[in-house]
Structure formats: C-alpha cells, structure tokens
Ligand binder design. Structure first.
Ligand SMILES: NC(=O)C1=CN([C@@H]2O[C@H](COP(=O)(O)OP(=O)(O)OC[C@H]3O[C@@H](n4cnc5c(N)ncnc54)[C@H](O)[C@@H]3O)[C@@H](O)[C@H]2O)C=CC1
Ligand SMILES: O=C(O)C1=N[C@H](C(=O)O)C[C@H](O)C1
Length: 267
C-alpha cells in the first residue's frame, strides 16, 4: 500500500487529488498539508474533496507529513515545491510535482535536488496532453520550417502563471524538433508596429477567463493550409488521476527527475 501525502490540500487540485487517492486501489492518504495560517489547517481534508469527513486533518507541519508518507504529491507554486523537494530529499522520500511557472533556474535547482530522490515534475498529468507532446514532435519534424508555429492557451481567471506550463512544454517540444532554442524564439508579446513575423519564432498567446479548466491549441500555419492540434480539459480529474498514477509509479525508482511521459511509457 503506497502512502501518499498531498500538499496544497485546500486548493483546486489538492481537493481533486485527495478524492483520486481515496478512489484508487493500492494507495492510502497518509496526510494533507496546507500553508501555515491557512484557515483550513486543522479541518478535515475530505471537505475540500467533496467527500465529507475522512478522518485526515489538514496539517501545516511539512516535516511530519513527509516522515509519514512514501511519496508527496505537490500542486502549489514553484517556490513551495522546491522547499518540499528539499524536505523530501532530506528524508529520502519520493515526490510528484505538478506546480507550473518554474523559471529555468528553478527547474535546474529541481534537477539538482532530484539527484537525491526519485521525482516526477510534469506541467500536465493528463494522458491526452502527454500524447500531444509525443505527436507534436513528429508533426513539427515532418512539416519542418515551412509552417509557422503559434500556441494559444486558455485557463480560468484564477490562474496565476502565464503562459501555462503545458503551453511552454509544447513550445519546447516543437522548438527542439525544429532545432531551435525555445527561450530564444518564443514570442510572448506583439503590440504596435512590431514588424513582420520571423520564420523561427513561436508565438505564445494567453487567454484568461471564467472557469476554463485548461485548453491548448498548437497551430502549424502554412501558405494555403493549416494544421491545428487542440486539447481541451473538461475536468481536473484527469490531472488528479494522473498524479496518483505518477505517485504509484515513482516509489522505488532510482533517484532522478522524471516527467509524465516516463510514467506513461511514451518515450
Ligand atoms: N501538472 C498538472 O497536471 C496540473 C498543474 N496545475 C498547477 O498546479 C498548481 C496549483 O494549481 P491550483 O490547485 O489550481 O492552485 P490553488 O491556488 O487552487 O492551490 C494551491 C494550494 O497550495 C497551497 N499552498 C500555498 N503555499 C503552501 C505551502 N507552503 N504549503 C502547503 N500548501 C501551500 C495554497 O494555499 C492553495 O490551497 C498551479 O501551478 C497549476 O498551474 C494545475 C492543474 C494540473
Ligand atoms: O492552472 C491550471 O489550472 C492548470 N495548469 C497547468 C499548466 O499551467 O499547464 C495544467 C493545466 O492546463 C491546468
């Protein structure tokens, strides 16, 4: 039985992950964590999961929570996730991180810390998006430089980071397939007389509003034809089920930084 602790327990994802743990076989919820001072600290973790009382109180004691689990699932913020990664490394516990908005420097720190423990870091834990990551590489390589690439993502009005981690990863996959450096060719901002589009750039556009769960479209725009690859999430439950699947997979693996394509065997 894999013991899973959930960090960000009062969050939009935290509640769904707690529900997914309770529904899954072979795992149990060993703890739920929230930031110190959060109003739900001390309350039953089941309430945010829509389950009623499940007998697990939300704690703010990170070290105790890590000590009591086999793996921590963390959907919070990059800075919090890095602290949790450090805490898990100290206690040799596995971690699954879904947080997005990492800077390249923060991603490098995560990779360094993951030399001590097995860790999954993935901007999107749905099967569908990870299949998209796989086929985007083939589409980009096949079409080559004659098609302009633009990525548009849309999310709910509460999302704090932009563009989404999923959109960035899609851009990275396409850039790598085309022999480009994503950080050099990503274009996040077009305003005023900005000149003609260059062949190499990858346009990154963001839509925020309402309760959109998560939508991503990659456009391959040629002269006279266009290919569009779109993924639409209608529920957070495929992210939460994916995170539990990652948690079951990562326990016992060799130290290192893995992603959801490793978990799903898509590499
Ligand atoms: N990888 C994936 O498949 C997905 C990733 N995400 C990402 O997950 C992150 C969280 O998303 P949401 O749940 O919508 O956000 P949210 O804001 O609803 O939840 C985050 C929770 O973390 C808590 N938190 C903050 N500091 C903490 C600390 N020090 N210790 C414990 N808890 C702390 C907050 O109080 C909050 O309850 C975002 O970065 C989002 O982009 C969201 C959905 C899917
Ligand atoms: O914040 C969200 O909600 C989501 N964030 C992830 C991202 O930034 O890619 C994944 C998903 O799109 C939902």
């Amino acid at each position: 039985m894999v013991k899973i602790a959930v960090c960000g327990a009062a969050g939009r994802m935290g509640g769904r992950i707690i529900a997914a743990v309770r529904e899954a076989d072979g795992v149990e919820l060993s703890g739920a964590l929230e930031r110190p001072g959060h109003p739900m600290v001390g309350q039953d973790a089941g309430f945010n999961a829509g389950l009623g009382a499940i007998g697990v109180a939300i704690s703010d004691d990170l070290n105790a929570l890590v000590a009591g689990c086999d793996v921590l699932i963390d959907f919070t913020t990059p800075k919090v996730s890095l602290k949790n990664l450090e805490a898990c490394a100290l206690k040799k516990k596995a971690i699954v991180i879904g947080s997005t908005g990492f800077t390249p420097e923060e991603r490098a720190l995560a990779a360094e810390l993951a030399k001590e423990i097995p860790a999954v870091l993935a901007p999107n834990m749905s099967v569908g998006v990870n299949v998209c990551f796989k086929i985007l590489k083939d589409i980009a390589q096949t079409l080559g430089d004659d098609f302009d690439v633009e990525i548009v993502e849309a999310h709910h009005k509460m999302k704090k980071d932009s563009p989404s981690g999923t959109a960035v990863r899609m851009g990275e996959v396409v850039a790598e397939a085309l022999g480009r450096d994503y950080n050099k060719v990503a274009n996040y901002h077009r305003e005023g007389i900005c000149g003609e589009r260059t062949k190499e750039e990858i346009g990154m556009q963001t839509v925020r509003g309402g309760d959109i769960v998560g939508e991503h479209t990659v456009y391959f725009i040629g002269m006279g034809e266009r290919i569009e690859l779109t993924h639409r999430a209608m529920s957070r439950d495929m992210f939460s089920r994916g995170s539990v699947r990652a948690a079951q997979w990562i326990v016992g693996k060799k130290p290192g930084l893995y992603d959801m394509q490793d978990v799903l065997g898509l590499k």
